[in-house]
Design a protein around this ligand. Structure first.
Ligand SMILES: [Zn+2]
Length: 317
């Protein structure tokens, strides 16, 4: 087990009270070009340093980079970025969706995959000495592919053995319960699991307009965090799109689940960056926080969402 109340960052172990305002789902150095040629790649150090400086000015202290090996993780570059900008960075482990699975993942037994993930958390990533602080993002599309099932099982075992948080990608389709079932079977603590992209899951049944609200509540009822992380488009969002996300947050608050809400941007396209006219890493804590205040959500609750919830998710306390 890692120490309760602490988290590995790329520059060392931090206590929960040192994390401050935290963005729980971003990508800083990444390569999504297996699906998105042209746009889906960040590998420019000065550009990303400027994006992190802007985030810092917007009040962000810590960024979780859910870029694991499948997505072109660069631990040393992340450490340099953190030292250069002062923004604390937590980096992910395990492996992404099947489209990104390297050939060796099809050959490695699930047990060996679990051992590799544990090693990245307890000893370090490769020979860098830099330790991962979270498992993720792992994920699937509408159906869980065999290699993805093995990644889920290995990740769950590694979560059980290390006690770190785990983040799943569950976009567009309401598929997270099947993912949580797999994790639970392998002994994963669902109170440390984040379901990403909940704001991309549209109406599940068009005859029942509130079914998506029920889906979000049902995830929180199982103990998981419900993450709304596509605020990257907020600078271009229409009022109904903005109001939809406020309504999701209010629904969780009104039903007693404020402790399960997480907000982030999930930037991974060059067009998401401030330098290219996007919102970068600054929308959540400025523009969207203003919208939450306008909607009557008190500052104390906003602080819980940006500070207390990520701290508890990452450190367990
Ligand atoms: Zn994702």
């Amino acid at each position: 087990m890692t120490n309760q109340g602490t988290v590995n960052t790329v520059t060392g172990v931090l206590g929960g009270d040192q994390l401050g305002v935290t963005l729980p789902h971003e990508h800083l150095i990444c390569d999504f070009t297996r699906e998105y040629r042209g746009e889906g790649i960040f590998h420019d150090f000065p550009t990303m340093a400027a994006e992190l400086d802007a985030a810092s000015q917007a009040g962000v202290h810590t960024v979780v980079d859910l870029t694991n090996e499948s997505l072109g993780r660069e631990p040393r570059a992340l450490r340099d970025l953190s030292e250069r900008t002062g923004v604390q960075i937590v980096v992910g482990s395990s492996f992404y969706r099947h489209q990104y699975a390297a050939a060796r993942l099809y050959r490695m037994p699930t047990k060996d995959l679990a051992d590799l993930i544990v090693q990245e958390i307890t000893e370090g990533i490769g020979d860098t000495g830099i330790r991962a602080g979270i498992i993720g993002e792992i994920g699937s599309d509408q159906h869980i592919e065999p290699v993805e099932e093995r990644i889920f099982r290995a990740s769950a075992r590694a979560q059980h053995r290390t006690g770190v948080a785990l983040n799943v990608h569950a976009a567009r389709w309401p598929i997270a319960h099947g993912q949580l079932d797999l994790l639970e079977e392998e002994g994963c603590d669902l109170r440390r699991v984040v379901v990403s992209h909940c704001d991309t899951v549209g109406s599940i049944d068009w005859r029942e307009p509130d079914d998506v609200l029920k889906y979000q509540l049902s995830l929180a009822e199982r103990g998981a965090y419900v993450e709304f992380d596509t605020l990257r488009t907020a600078s271009r969002l229409s009022d109904p799109e903005m109001d939809r996300r406020i309504r999701y947050i209010r629904n969780l608050i009104d039903n007693g689940f404020i402790d399960h809400v997480l907000l982030s941007h999930d930037i991974f396209f060059t067009s998401h960056l401030l330098s290219n006219g996007g919102g970068g890493l600054t929308v959540a804590t400025t523009y969207f926080a203003d919208r939450m205040r306008d909607a009557g959500i008190p500052q104390g609750q906003i602080d819980r969402i940006f500070i207390d919830n990520p701290r508890r998710m990452l450190t367990g306390s």
